[in-house]
Design a protein around this ligand. Sequence first.
Ligand SMILES: Nc1ncnc2c1ncn2[C@@H]1O[C@H](COP(=O)(O)OP(=O)(O)OP(=O)(O)O)[C@@H](O)[C@H]1O
Length: 616
Amino acid sequence: MTADGELVRPYWRLDEPETDLGLRRMIGRLPATAGAVLAVVARASPRHAALVLALEVVSAAATACGLLATAGALERLLSADLVTALPAMGLVAGAYALRGAVGAATAAAHARVPPAVRRVAEGELFAAALRVELAAFDDPDFFDRMQRARDRALFHLGRAVDNAVELVSAALAVGAALVAVAVLHPALLAVLLVVVLPSGWSVQRSTRLAYRFMTRTVTLNRRVRMLTDLAMGREPAAEIRACQAEGFLLREYGAVADALRDQEVGVAVAQVRVRAAGRALSGLGTGLTFAALGGLLQAGWIPLAVAGAAVMAVRTGSASLSRLVLAANQLLEQGLYVRDYQRFVAESRTRTAAGGTRPAPARPELVEVRDVCFRYPGGDRPALRGVSLTARAGRTVALVGENGSGKSTLAKILAGLYAPGRGSVRWDGVDLAELDPRDVADRITLVPQAPVRWPHTARVNVRAGRHDRPDPGDLALEAAARLSGADAVVAGLPSGWETLLSKAFHGGHELSGGQWQRLAIARGLFRDTPLIVWDEPAAPLDPRAEFALYESLRGLAAGRVVVLITHRLASARNADHIYLLHEGVVAEHGSHDELIAAGGRYAELYGLQARMYAPA
Ligand SMILES: Nc1ncnc2c1ncn2[C@@H]1O[C@H](COP(=O)(O)OP(=O)(O)OP(=O)(O)O)[C@@H](O)[C@H]1O
């Protein structure tokens, strides 16, 4: 530990780099990578992609015609036969004009593809994040993968499309140049390779360096973002200032950002070295090209006109080949990010809430927790150790216990949000694992300790409880608002139910903590389910609102299974049965009177709270 209480080896350490790819493995991956990109393109914008491809073929044909016509034109020009050179010169001009026009049309069609691809990919990512089970959000590795998919892969997917098109275009242009060079003299083909190999090597090296850097710094980047969110967020702003935590935040940000900068500088310097070496070798290759052409001319193997056209063809070919290598390498690099994206989307399909296919009872009468154990992903000890409880429709069960004793965890297991590691939750005797998870979710309301503050209108904040519930005349909405006390909140809003509840947008309105809580309770009531779990529903409410809420909830319990988590033992007192959790086990259970008579922990905690209300 440091003086600041921070861990010496921080959790935002450098990650282990992923696979260090060799040249052959990277080339082997090219078809799969291009295939993956094209699969997204085919879904997002198939017509424009096909048009781009067709136009690229036309452009390559025009290039080949232009190069071959150049040799004819040069031959006649060199023999000072200007008039007979005119048709060949016209052909050259026509071929290059056509290539220019096709280039403009290609760019127009191409411009539509990457945005369409990003839209499709982002939509898939959004759906993937919403699909995964809750436990995935407790897994830091999952977060890293999600961050990579969101920040890097989406960005690189658009660029990968550009590069896939560039790859096709460059490959066709290389093909055109190769045809032209081979027609002019096959020996010139070898010359092309000498020019292009060094730059290909350097581009590939530098791609590997970039990807290695990215995989090493995922967590660092995530940490910087979290700290930035803290410094720039609206909600933490007050507490940061009140705690005078600005310096502490700045220091931590500085340490993380410095580490990130050092990594970035290191990779940039290494890339510069590699590229410089590539350029030097490329220059050497160009010298060799001219020497080879000179030799062929000297030996009289090619005439001067063909040598002139060959220079143009070699230049076109080597430029296109460089484009090809660059596009291939960039595509490979981006392919690694696209692979991250694909992996995340695939993982999201397998990491969904488990469950069976049996329809759940419409109104479960008996809910039993049997010997449930649960450990959070990466947790060093279980949060629940062999917990059992029984709840029945029409009766209220209270869960009480000290902080960290496992109440909220149990609530989420009861709500089917976490699957128990051992043991089972049963509805009318049937294991939840056998029931259709959508049915299970449909029957449950969980109002958590820190409910979501939807950045929407007051109406949406309540209707979000069951957004597709038909509610003609707002009857259910108004009833939920009445029971929760949200009606008084809405009455005070400038545009009533239509008031936007987010100061992050123009015209937005902010609520107090207790007012938000009333909306959250209304949301739970609007959901109208046979099983309700309230996790500290009254904590932020004023005494009048708290009293009114518990009066309302009492009526609500009829015909429903109600589980109430609370630290205010006066409100647990009215529950039909009370379970006291301690360090993940049920330490005591019974009615209030039984627990008081037993004189155990519950009696002790109750006595402590009662003392706070007793006259001094
Ligand atoms: N998402 C999580 N990932 C890992 N551990 C967790 C997570 N949530 C809770 N825990 C751990 O599980 C244990 C039980 O936590 P839980 O939130 O269930 O307690 P609780 O009884 O509801 O506490 P409180 O009264 O403070 O709300 C604690 O030790 C806590 O640190």
